[in-house]
Design a protein around this ligand. Structure first.
Ligand code: F0G
Length: 458
């Protein structure tokens, strides 16, 4: 068999939607109206939208066909059983509870397990996970390995948990820890994977202390592909078997089906413990819905069941991971500092390194994200001091890193569209010395990045 350099998309385009060409003047006016906050820009004014990979991917022909099988019965819909069995094929948990998205699963689980005085360790909490832990009065602790905090450290599994630190926490506060979490891949740490060996080590510590072990498994298939590529003894294995190995270590999971399950909406909570499941279902009925639909329509459940079959396809995962790396490598080649190794769903630019003349408290990530939009119509997301600098006492500190995330929706943009994105980054980097920072003109008390208004620092 000849081998080729080019990894192609394992699909062809079946239905297209227009994107809107805009001019820098048009975009500057949009920025002005939005107070320079990219969350407040209308999607119609965006050319390439890399704000998130969540719910923004393209469904397949077979997912659209599956929608037609949706049975909208309030109770006991066959669509629920098809969904449940597709989840269990990969994650064979006893109880599978649908929710409208990941954060609903988090809210329900932590309402049951959290509370004042409790401590929840994770490699790195995603922001909604942290917020849902903290909302109950519990403390969220991030215990990723040291390499996971260093944007340039070269480590194949930068999402790994620091097992010694977990052990020390359990020795000191064991009684207060209701559950140990692992996020795969580690989104807040750069879409970095966790190794099977690390998951096994965490499981062993959980067993030693008698603790529940849960996965936040949004990007499980990407994580499993990295394991197949990078972990000794895994190269010839089917991704489905790797996913089942991961699942067999855990007692349960929270899930956003807007990521690897290829849905535009959806999530679930799954677990083995009967009492815990009963308590969660009680809360589910209060705010999400009856246990056989959660917050979803029968047709959503059908589309997700099909998506779960497609995401573990090796040709898809090879293309997915390779096409993300392609963007990261192209940026590296033109001298733009990116977090490495390149993650699964996104490329992260180190804005603080690219814009050293902008003080972190003037938000280099925001300056870069605004410039990418203004010059090229590319919408990205600041992950830095705007997002994490606000303290509960009203003060502000620089976040550990100022990053800009280029999150890549699944099966959505072509290689030439991503080449265009790289070109926009190149143009912005060439004029980076002229970029100015921002100050916040108006912000709410929490989660300010969604609604704050900014002014340029002149
Ligand atoms: N956990 C992780 C690791 C996530 O990345 C997300 C969402 C969630 C939980 C919450 O899921 O959005 O369905 O409620 N991440 C999106 C992002 C929003 O842009 O990274 P949700």
């Amino acid at each position: 068999m000849p081998t080729f350099r080019t990894v192609i998309e394992p699909f062809r385009i079946h239905s297209v939607e227009p994107i809107h060409m805009t001019t820098p003047e048009h975009r500057l006016a949009a920025l002005d109206r939005a107070g320079f906050n990219l969350f407040k820009i209308d999607a119609q004014d965006v050319l390439i939208d890399l704000l998130t990979d969540s719910g923004t991917g393209a469904m397949s022909r077979d997912q659209w066909a599956a929608l037609q099988h949706g049975d909208e019965s309030y109770a006991g819909s066959p669509s629920y059983y098809i969904f449940r069995d597709a989840v269990r094929n990969l994650f064979p948990f006893e109880h599978v509870i649908p929710t409208h998205q990941g954060r609903a699963a988090e809210r329900i689980l932590f309402s049951v397990l959290g509370g004042p005085g409790k401590v929840v360790p994770n490699n790195t909490h995603f922001d909604t996970t942290r917020a849902n832990v903290e909302y109950t009065g519990a403390t969220a602790v991030d215990l990723v390995i040291d390499e996971g905090r260093d944007p340039q450290a070269d480590h194949p599994f930068k999402g790994n948990m620091n097992v010694e630190a977990l052990r020390a926490l359990l020795l000191e506060r064991g009684d207060d820890v209701p559950v140990v979490f692992m996020t795969i891949t580690n989104n807040s740490g750069g879409g970095q994977p966790v190794s099977l060996a690390n998951l096994r080590a965490v499981k062993a510590v959980c067993d030693e202390f008698g603790k529940l072990f849960f996965l936040d498994a949004c990007r499980f298939a990407e994580n499993a592909w990295f394991i197949r590529e990078r972990e000794e003894g895994q190269h010839d294995r089917d991704v489905v078997d790797i996913v089942r190995d991961i699942a067999s270590l855990a007692d349960g999971m929270t899930m956003s089906a807007k990521k690897d399950p290829m849905g535009n909406i959806g999530g679930w909570l799954a677990m083995n413990d009967d009492d815990l499941a009963a308590a969660c279902r009680e809360l589910l009925i209060l705010t999400e819905g009856f246990p056989t639909y959660g917050g979803l329509a029968g047709r959503d459940l059908e589309a997700l069941a099909q998506g779960l079959k497609e995401v573990v396809d090796h040709d898809y995962l090879n293309y997915r991971i390779r096409s993300t790396a392609y963007v990261g490598e192209a940026l590296k080649q033109i001298g733009i500092p990116v977090l490495s190794p390149i993650g699964g769903h996104a490329v992260y630019i180190d804005a603080r390194a690219l814009l050293p003349h902008i003080d972190p408290l003037h938000y280099p990530g925001q300056a870069l994200a605004v410039a990418l939009y203004e010059m090229g119509g590319v919408r990205t997301c600041e992950i830095g001091t705007v997002m994490f600098g606000q303290q509960s006492d009203g003060t502000e500190v620089a976040a550990p890193l100022d990053l800009v995330r280029l999150a890549i929706p699944r099966r959505t943009y072509t290689q030439s569209q991503m080449d265009y994105v790289v070109e926009v980054c190149e143009l912005v980097a060439a004029t980076s010395e002229q970029l100015k920072g921002f100050r916040i003109a108006e912000a709410p008390a929490r989660l300010r990045h969604f609604t704050a208004k900014f002014e340029r620092v002149i």
